[in-house]
Design a protein around this ligand. Structure first.
Ligand code: NAD
Length: 485
């Protein structure tokens, strides 16, 4: 019997499901059991061509509609997503292995927020009037044209919506390629947009690995590329986009610092560290994986952290009591286990976890290392799994310098009751998305993105509009033209 997660076909182009079984088969594996639940096929060159030519043709008419009309489509899509939240969350759990306890509140709901927010903004995307004596300049905020979205595997619904919603609000069309690891959810987003009244061809989904992403990025018809992925992929995609002078948004990896001063509320700080390391089993780009704890409270912090980490419920992700799911793939599990071994070898002190969980599926115990030093591999490289490194510090000046000593700059957090220190420290940290007495909140109203190697551009908020549109300025002369000859 066909599994309920199996989509009707692999791709969604011009308003309908499209199949081409000549492409490389991509198995979809449910991470909680290791069972294959679906198959899709990577896009062949013919499918890529169909998606790009359709999106190119659909964009002009979509951009001619009023912002109010485009916004209405997006807001209807948000309503449909919320009505179907349960089914979409189950699919997200099949796609990623993340527990339903999370997916019910963090995926289709977050996607719906983006559709609603950008739907609301679509009608007010205007230019300005610049008076110049009798003459004047007016500006128009115009769509970029055809945009390509490329997703990572940790938030397949959210990423499709965080890219699709602002792109469509501005009058662009999009071809979205999900991660080959999680190909299912974006197809539902495409289906819902059509149901909500989006013209066929405005939002298309094609499957495939890096080659398909590469074919999309290098096509001359494409005006913008928005990637969520790792830094090495980001460098390749950015370079390929630069060849064609295309706009880019790069949402890449991190190794973010979370700084806990000795006056912090310990339970809140422990809660922040748990949210910033173990949500989605640690597969979150903005995670605060270098937890700097001021020496005076270190042992108290570690004791409370170990106690609360012991309350994680590993189990069937479809059981809403489960609070901690598997790694997305066997490969990702092995990468993370490799880092755990490195941590042990390099002399970090294991506080809890430290091994694969004794159950089916790709589960790793939530793991905390203490006495981690700045040079250890687990303190330098992005692990993308449930491995928290706790480092000690003495002074503010020292911790800020150490926190910034990384190629990454996605996020940073500080826990302290001293508010002048909180703002001063955040002001000195090199990161794009920061938190004071909290960690990992990502409301659509707030800009999200990194500095340094963690990326270029911002998603969400009004900032995203700037990255999916461009300004045309028009000089209007009211009198005669003066010329030298
Ligand atoms: P990845 O870089 O391996 O792949 C990302 C996407 O890029 C996939 O869809 C992949 O098929 C595609 N791709 C690979 N090579 C390509 C190429 N040459 N041209 C075009 N496309 C190509 O990342 P992943 O393993 O899927 O995701 C994990 C990474 O994503 C982590 O580093 C994580 O930090 C990052 N991430 C960042 C954010 C953010 O918003 N900053 C969010 C989630 C994940």
């Amino acid at each position: 019997m066909t599994h309920p997660a199996q989509p009707k076909a692999s791709h969604f182009i011009n308003g309908e499901y499209v199949e081409d079984t000549a492409g490389t088969p991509i198995p979809v594996i449910y991470a909680a059991t290791g069972e294959q639940i679906a198959t899709v096929y990577a896009a062949t060159p013919a499918i890529v061509e169909q998606a790009l030519s359709t999106a190119k043709a659909a964009q002009k008419e979509w951009a001619k509609m009023t912002g109010t009309e485009r916004g209405r489509v997006l807001r209807r899509a948000a309503d449909i997503m919320r009505e179907r939240n349960h089914d979409l969350s189950v699919l997200e759990t099949y796609d990623t292995g993340k527990p339903l306890q999370e997916t019910l509140v963090a995926d289709a709901t977050s996607g719906a927020d983006a559709l609603e927010y950008f739907g609301g903004l679509a009608a007010s995307l205007t230019g300005e009037h610049i008076p110049l004596g009798e003459d004047w300049v007016y500006t128009k905020r115009e769509a970029l044209g055809l945009c390509v979205g490329i997703g990572a595997w940790n938030y397949p619904t959210q990423i499709a919506c965080w890219k699709g919603a602002p792109a469509l609000a501005c009058g662009n069309s999009m071809v979205f390629k999900p991660s080959e690891t999680t190909p299912l959810c974006a197809l539902k987003v495409a289906e819902i947009l059509i149901e909500a009244g989006a013209p066929a061809g405005v939002f298309n989904v094609v499957q495939g690995m890096g080659e398909v992403g590469g074919a999309l990025v290098t096509d001359p018809r494409v005006d913008k590329v928005s990637l969520t992925g790792s830094v090495p992929t980001g460098k390749k995609v950015y370079a390929a986009a630069a060849e064609g002078m295309k706009h880019v948004t790069m949402e890449l990896g991190g190794k973010s610092p979370l700084i806990i001063f000795d006056d912090a509320d310990i339970d809140n700080a422990v809660g922040g560290a748990i949210n910033g390391n173990f949500y989605s089993s640690g597969q979150v780009c903005s995670n605060g994986t270098r937890v700097f704890v001021q020496k005076g409270i270190k042992e108290k912090f570690l004791a409370r952290l170990a106690e609360r980490t012991g309350n994680a419920i590993l189990g069937d992700p479809m059981d809403e009591a489960t609070s901690f799911g598997p790694m997305v793939t066997e490969n990702q599990m092995n990468i993370v286990l490799g880092y755990i071994e490195k941590g042990k070898e390099e002399g970090a002190r294991l506080i809890c976890g430290g091994a694969r969980a004794n159950m089916d599926g790709y589960y790793i115990q939530p793991t905390v290392f203490a006495d981690v030093t700045d040079e250890m591999t687990i303190a330098r490289e992005e692990i993308f799994g449930p491995v928290m490194s706790v480092l000690d510090f003495d002074t503010e000046e020292e911790v800020v310098a150490r926190a910034n000593d990384t190629e990454f700059g996605l996020s940073a957090g500080v826990f302290t009751k001293n508010f002048t220190r909180a703002h001063r420290v955040i002001g000195n940290l090199e990161a794009g998305s920061c938190f004071i007495n909290s960690y990992n909140d990502a409301p659509v109203e707030a800009p999200f993105g990194g500095v340094k190697a963690s990326g270029v551009g911002r998603e969400n908020s009004k900032e995203a509009i700037k990255h999916f549109s461009q300004v045309k300025s028009v000089y209007v002369r009211m009198g005669d033209v003066e010329a030298a000859f």
